[in-house]
Ligand binder design. Sequence first.
Ligand SMILES: Nc1ncnc2c1ncn2[C@@H]1O[C@H](COP(=O)(O)OP(=O)(O)OP(=O)(O)O)[C@@H](O)[C@H]1O
Ligand SMILES: [Mg+2]
Length: 279
Amino acid sequence: MSLTITICSTKGGVGKTTVTANLGAYLADRGCRVLMVDADIQPTLSSFFPVTEPAEAGLTQLITTGETEATVTPVDHVPQDARGSLDLVMSNDPEGQLQNWILHTPDGRVRLKTILEAYEDLYDIILIDTQGAVGPLQDASVLAADLLLSPIPPEILSAREFARGTVSMLERLRPMAAMGAPVGSLYGLLYRVDRTADGRSIADELRREAYAPSRGKIMILDTTVPATVAYREAATHQVPVHRWEPRRDGPTESGAETMRRLAAELLPHLDIPAEVDHG
Ligand SMILES: Nc1ncnc2c1ncn2[C@@H]1O[C@H](COP(=O)(O)OP(=O)(O)OP(=O)(O)O)[C@@H](O)[C@H]1O
Ligand SMILES: [Mg+2]
C-alpha cells in the first residue's frame, strides 16, 4: 500500500519543489521506496537531483496512456538502507498540452489517481509536486492525493490568504468525491520561517482560525521549515538538505532535523526514530 502526498499551493515560489525533493530523498534514506512525480510544466523537480538515464517517457505518457513502467526514471541515489529507493516521473510537457488533454477528457481529472494505483506495491510513498497555479493538472494532482501538504509563508496576512486560497481550491474539488476521488486532509507547513517571524504565534493564529471559511479544514503542522541558505546550497549541489546539513550549531534547526521532524509528524506510521541519523 502506498500513500500519495501532493504538495500544493495556489501561488508560486513558496517552497513546494524544495520540500518535495528533500522529503523524498530523506524518506528514501530512511528505507522507504519513494516515487516523486513532477506535475509542474516547469520541470524543476525533474532536475533537482542528478539522473543518469532519463526514462524515454514521462508525465504526459503516464497520464494519457497509463504507461507506468517506461515513465519512471531512477534518481541517482545512494540509499543508506538497502530497501530505500528514489524514482521520478519527469515532467515532459513544455507546451502545456497535457492541461488541455486533461480538461477535454471526461475522466481526465481523476485519471492520475487511478493510474497511480498501479504503483501500489512498488512504492511506500508517492510525492507529487505541482505548479503554483490553478489548472487541470493541479486538480488531477490534488485529487490523486491521500494527503495534501501546503507550504505557507510565515507572515500572518499572507499566511491567511494562502490558507484560504488552498482551502477554497479543495472546496471546489470536493464534489469530485462522487467520481471516486475524495479530497485528502490538508496540512499547512509554515515555510521559510526566519528569526524575526514568530512561527509559533502565526501557527497558533492560523489554528484558531478567526476566519470562518477554512475553519478546521487545514491542520497546521508543529514542524516549521526555517529560512536558511542550506536549502539553496543543497539544491545548487543537487544534494538532499539532510545530507548537506546533517547538523548545525545555534538556534536554527539543521536540514536533517527539520526533515526528520516533518517526516515523523506527517507520517507517524513510519516510526521515524527521535534522533537525527548523522550517517
Ligand atoms: N527553507 C528555505 N530557506 C530559504 N530559501 C529557500 C528555502 N526553501 C526553498 N528556498 C528557495 O526558495 C525558492 C523557491 O522555492 P521552490 O522552487 O521550492 O518553490 P516552489 O513553490 O516550488 O515554486 P514554483 O511555484 O515556482 O514551482 C528557491 O529559490 C529555493 O531555493
Ligand atoms: Mg516548484
